[in-house]
Design a protein around this ligand. Structure first.
Ligand code: P6P
Length: 336
């Protein structure tokens, strides 16, 4: 990696110059990058700041909030509110949509985010991340309701995540491919380290919470059993398994070396529609996966075509190497 690799600012200026993103979008992405740098700093110093533990409160998901969930949420809200074109914020940690404007106009931005995904990993020093998705209002809004932010994921104009791991990465798509940046300690800049990322079409690695196997749909059970049957089974090759309880870490590994991530709707979470949230987890990760040549499906349909009915809606997620997503979809179809 040459020392004169592009900074995030230089990369965004180049996209702006090509007419791929608006000036305001560039500013908003930089505000999100600033949020990520501050969150990374808080995490790295969490043990000394005594903020790695849980609060006494629960969020709308019914999950006990970690102190850093709340801190990261406040950081995102503070910095994403800087951009004059942001009309509303949708956070995993906040019950209702946060409207920043009385009269949102066509062209304004909606920002959906999970400020700290996988926070149960915090007090055991394992990777966590932030996920974000940006859409653009197509018409003025007069009624500031929670329903006014419900648009299919195919409408996203930007999505990304920051991974707080051994290094802090920021992975970004503005609909023109996927590019990866690493936070450079010396300069403090996010620097382009993984240009034009591609998600390998084939894989021999799957990621699923195998403790839920008794609850799986037959299509998922069949897929996993065939992987475990290895060389002597129908797949004719051995598979490896990973599970890190952090969607950001799983998706990043899959983006870097291929794989498939499965968090399907099962008999244990069917009433809620699944585990992962559509607007600020499945949609952004699905956009990134597709932009890198992968796929993202509920098992029955493309995630980016799921029509949302509520802003904290949950959905089944099958995401990663295209050939594996296709295979699992075919198993669901056979079972239909
Ligand atoms: P489980 C983290 O809470 C999360 O939302 C995703 O990041 C992760 O993939 C999943 O839930 C982990 O779920 O059931 O293994 O704890």
């Amino acid at each position: 990696m040459s020392d004169n690799a592009q900074t995030l600012r230089q990369f965004l200026l180049a996209e702006r110059k090509q007419g791929l993103i608006a000036q305001d979008m560039m500013l908003l992405i930089e505000d999100i990058a600033t949020s990520s740098r501050i969150i990374a700093h808080q995490i790295r110093n969490g043990a000394f700041l005594n903020i790695l533990g849980a609060t006494e409160t629960s969020n709308v998901q019914g999950e006990t909030q970690k102190q850093l969930d709340v801190i990261a949420n406040d950081i995102f809200i503070e910095h994403c509110s800087n951009c004059s074109r942001v009309a509303a914020l949708v956070s995993e940690e906040i019950d209702d949509v946060i409207w920043l404007k009385d009269q949102p106009k066509a062209g304004d931005y909606l920002v959906y985010f999970d400020p700290l995904d996988g926070s149960s990993n915090l007090n055991v020093n394992l990777s966590v991340g932030s996920i974000f998705s940006i859409m653009e209002l197509k018409e003025d809004i007069t009624d500031l309701t929670n329903e006014a932010v419900l648009f299919e994921g195919a409408n996203q104009i930007c999505a990304g995540y920051s991974l707080y791991g051994p290094s802090t990465s920021m992975i970004l798509t503005t609909g023109n491919g996927v590019n990866g940046f690493t936070h450079k300690i010396g300069t403090g800049e996010f620097t382009l380290t993984f240009p034009d990322m591609r998600l390998p079409e084939e894989t021999d690695e799957f990621a699923i919470n195998a403790s839920r196997f008794r609850k799986w749909d037959p299509a998922i059970a069949r897929y996993v059993e065939e992987c475990l049957d290895g060389k002597d089974g129908p797949r004719g090759k051995s598979f490896n398994m990973r599970w890190t309880a952090s969607m950001v870490a799983e998706v990043h590994r899959i983006l870097m070396r291929g794989g498939i991530f499965l968090y399907p709707k099962d008999s244990g979470n069917a009433e809620m529609g699944g585990k992962l949230r559509l607007l600020y987890e499945a949609n952004p990760m699905g956009f990134i996966a597709e932009q890198a040549g992968g796929k993202a499906s509920t098992g029955m349909q493309r995630i980016l075509e799921v029509e949302p009915t509520s802003h904290h809606q949950r959905v089944s997620v099958i995401l990663g190497s295209a050939s594996e997503v296709d295979r699992i979809e075919s198993y669901y179809t056979e079972n239909a």
